[in-house]
Design a protein around this ligand. Sequence first.
Ligand code: UN1
Length: 479
Amino acid sequence: MRQREAVHCNLIGDQWVGGAPTPNVNPSDWADEIGLYAHADASQLGAAVAAARAAFETWSVSSPQTRFDVLDRAGTLILERRDTLGQLLAREEGKILAEATAEVVRAGMVLKFFAGEAVRMAGDRMDSVRQGVDVEVTREPVGVIAIITPWNFPIAIPAWKLGPALAFGNTVVFKPAELTPGCAHALVSILREAGLPTGVVNLVMGRGSVLGDALLDSPDIDGVSFTGSVPTGRRIAARCAQATKRVQCEMGGKNPMVVLDDADMNVAIAACINGAFFSTGQRCTASSRLIVTKGVHERFIKAMSERVASLKVGSALDPATEIGPVVDQKQFESNLDYLDLAHNEGAKIVGGQKVKQATEGWFLSPALLLDTTPSMRVNREEIFGPIASVIRVADYEEAVAVANDTEFGLSAGICTTSLRHARDFKRRARAGMVMVNLPTAGVDYHAPFGGRRASSFGPREQGSYAREFYTIVKTCYTG
Ligand code: UN1
């Protein structure tokens, strides 16, 4: 018999509350159960919303210094515990240890950044057009925010939503992805340890299909910040519009990486390998379409194929591993379906094999799809796995047209040594973020994050731009 820890509970007000115990399993080793996590039900969700509403009374008018202190302390605790939290993240999500630890550090830095934002908050004053009247513009917290996060960045995304929500005086009901409750539970515990008052953050774990509707329909929820799939994001946005709730959705990507004839080949290969395959390709910012001009196409696919074949796939907890497992069976099967589809659509596939390891896990070797065209479904739909396609184009103009030819618009990259092309691409890429000689994935914690079209809806996340979602403007006239 495996030793089981006590059930990890939901946090509602000042109570850790049980629920249906649900195992959290390691994707690198199905025999390794990380623990049992209590799934909440709809009535517990109602209690969590009520606790957040009650706590808003005092948290919304707390001193910015109080909010700074809590977030700064929580950031310090996360940084101090980077190794154990990194282990937990690697074990429950399958991101390799180096990436998992880097994500934990990012979460710590995010909280420290937003600690500073709490005290940097300022308003505007302007002269009225009327004599003897003052005009002031201030920002206030929005209210109770529902935060719904995905499994692929199980500590960084919660941190970059919770950080600004709390810094600006909102209270929160936090529903993490059911696949990665461990990091969410640890983050909330750390916020409490750092002095966060009762009810300011409430944690409800479980499936979106069980909790989502009750959360969205509660009249006490004033805003929803969501990261996840396009269909779910669209549903949430429509529902919030209907109920006039504030909403922010970060959804999919089909990010292009253009490689021009004049690219530095070492820079291009490094950017494409990282962008396409690191974090097992499970990033909305992943480079999934490698668009290569004809003069360098042969050299590129040869070098990429060699590099792809050399990537070491294995347990996320083995320090020698470069590519960890796919997160679960559903994603694994979806990846295999896309590989079948690529084959049927006429692509040539390099890699993309099931990999046997000492432990049973969802191991898939990275796949490069060659001889693909922009109209293939594998070049139009988000795959969200270690699979990237190569599209050969005649020249820069065709590369730009193909890069912009999807319903998405999150991140767009270009590898070139030409200042003219880099400059032109920065203007013409139809994307929220443009990367020159860098992978499409991997962003700074203090800069705005977000995309266009089907990729994002609502104001940007992160950096000082985060206040656009988490605060509401008030204009005061004094005569
Ligand atoms: C990154 O590329 O560093 O879900 C961040 C995602 C994004 C975050 C990507 N929202 O993959």
